[in-house]
Structures are given as C-alpha cells and as structure tokens.
Write a protein that binds this ligand. Sequence first.
Ligand SMILES: [Zn+2]
Length: 403
Amino acid sequence: MSDFDLVFTNTKIATMQPNKTPYGIIENAALAVTNGKIAWFGPEKELPSSTIKEKRSLNGEWITPALIDCHTHLVFSGNRATEFEERLQGKSYEEIALGGGGIMSTVNATRNASFSSLLTASEKRLQSLKNEGVATIEIKSGYGLDLETEKRMLEVARAIGKKNNISVTSTFLGAHTIPPEFSEKGKYIKFLCDQVLPVLYDLKLVDAIDAYCEKIAFSAAEIEPLFEHANLLEIPIKIHADQLSDCRGAELAARFGALSADHLEYTNTAGIKALAEAGTVAVLLPGAFLTLGEQKKPPIEQFRSHNIPIAIGSDCNPGTSPLCSLRYAMNLASTLFQLTPEECLSGVTREAARALNMIETRGTIEVGKQADIAVWDIGHPNELSYWLGLNQLSSLYVKGQEV
Ligand SMILES: [Zn+2]
C-alpha cells in the first residue's frame, strides 16, 4: 500500500531509458507522482493498490520526459536582424566579427540593459521554449565580458528559473570573445581568472564554465589557464569547439573531462577518440549550422561508432542561431545531420540531462527522478521530430506540478 499524490492513467509512455525497446515505449500505461518525484510507472493494470489523492486520465495521450535545452545564450539585449540581412547580402560571419560588428553589438546592448529589461526580453524567448515542453534550460553569460554585466546576466538567468517554475543552470562564458578594453587575449583570460570567475563563483552564480575555442575567439592554449582555474574550483566544463575550423577543441574538452563539447563540425578523428574516452557529450547545434549556411556536418557516424552520447541544443542566440524552438532543432538535427527521431528525442531529454550533469534527476522516466513530464497529443513520439511548427504539447509538469 503506497500513497500517490497524482496518478496519470490511460496514457502511453516513452520512458527514453537506454537499452530498452525503442523509445522505451509502454502502452496502456500509468504513472504515479509522490513528493514531486516519479513514484511508479508501468502497465496500468499493474498499478499498485494505493491511496491516490488525484487521478488524471490522459485520454491516450503520450508522456515523455520534459524537454531539456542544454545549450542556450537566452539572456541578451537587442537582436542582430541587421547583421542577418548583411550576411544575406554576402558578408561572412567571420568578416562581420573581424570588422568589430557582430557579437560586440550584442555586448554593447547587453551592457546598457537594466536587469528588468534584460529579464523581460529574455522571458519572451523562454516562454517560446517552455510552450513546447522545455522544463530545464542551460543559459550562458558571455555578452557582458566585464564583471558587472556577466553578473547581471547570470542573475537574470537565475531569476528566469524562479519566476517561470523551470530549472535553469547557468554557465559562465566570459571567454566568449575579447572585449575592446583588452588588446591581448592572455591578459583578458587572466582578468577572468583573477577578478571575475572567483566573484561569480562565490555568489553561487556559476554551475559550469564555457569558452569559445575558435580562430575568431580563443585558441585551446589560450583557454587552458581558465579551465585549470575552473578545475581548482571544481566547476564543470563545457566548450564551444571546432564549429568553423578544427581548433583541437574536442581534445581540449576531453583533456579537462568536460561535460560536453558543443558544435563539433570540424572535429577530427583524434578528437572523437578523446571525447569517447573522456565520456564527454557531443552537443549538436543545427540552428547555427542552418543560419550560417555551413556545409561541413559534424561526424555523426563516428560519434555513433564510438558510443559518444549525442545531445541537441537550440543554441538560442542573436547572432548565429535566433532559434527559440527546441522542436525545430530536433527536426533540423534529422533533416540536416540525419539523426533518427529517436536520437533527436534522447538528444533533448536523456543526453541533454547528461550534458548538464543532471542525469541522476532528469532526462528519463524512472522511479526516483524528478517528475518533469511533458504530455503530448501525438500518435507516436517520432512526430516530435517530424512536424515543423505544429505544437502538440498538451501540458507540462515540473516536480509533479502543472506549469
Ligand atoms: Zn553557443
């Protein structure tokens, strides 16, 4: 005899547990929640006799783990629609960045934005993701590049989570680009190590650290001191790696035991082997690939053959991925990178949880995990990667509460 706070009946469940049936499907299922956690799930006819406070029939609709967006730059001010237009008139992202445009225009707008205006602008994007079933989101800083604005961005990220009843993890991306106040990258990295990271860490605003390893940003050697500093503070590491060129970013990620290496279009075989040995998650960001009109795809087949976990993020950002739909990112991962719909769904649930160091509490339907649940009006979970722009979310639960 057990007590359940809430029981969903007449449902089908895609548990997304690995090594089970495809999608971990259970037909004619029920799922029970107690104290915000999944207490039981399985065939409805096996539901234990219990005291049930509330029962909800889902009329045959599907349950999946709530979606997780494991890579976003959601907090920023302004937008870069003008740059978008310039690129379509023939300028490359690198030309715009080297010419002082691009990211610095967002840095200036974000530095000048108040806490409340930043929160309001960012919440609109959050709402779009949440409307499609996202209950956990990673948000990076990186448009401040000074202590004051980096701190404000991370505080806005924290506030977004609290205000909207979702889970937010915040990542410090001070090493996004070099700000105009510095002429040497090494000196800027030292400034981050000595004067920014320790303060933000003491304020408990840093769940992970990230860096942009690319010709137009920082080399692996330039990033190393920052990651060494993060290691001393036991801060988990993530990295933007090998997006536009092979910068040995994947190897850097592996050397530091990173949670994830993200983008990876140009990662070479040595980098792939290193990721596999380190257990680092490969996060694919097809929104940026699409927006930039890239041609070189990430080495998906080698990720598969090396059993590297594959996650998918929206990369929501104003420059290279103005994408506020994780469902669309799933579709793009299928159509551009040939991921299967099951890989796409595990990429925004189980593997995204792994990329955020949250696999113990989220990402699959398992007893004891947080009851973060999406309910869908679909005939099969493969539809979640198939439709473009059709929102089939019926309801979203975080810790067993509808949000
Ligand atoms: Zn990014």
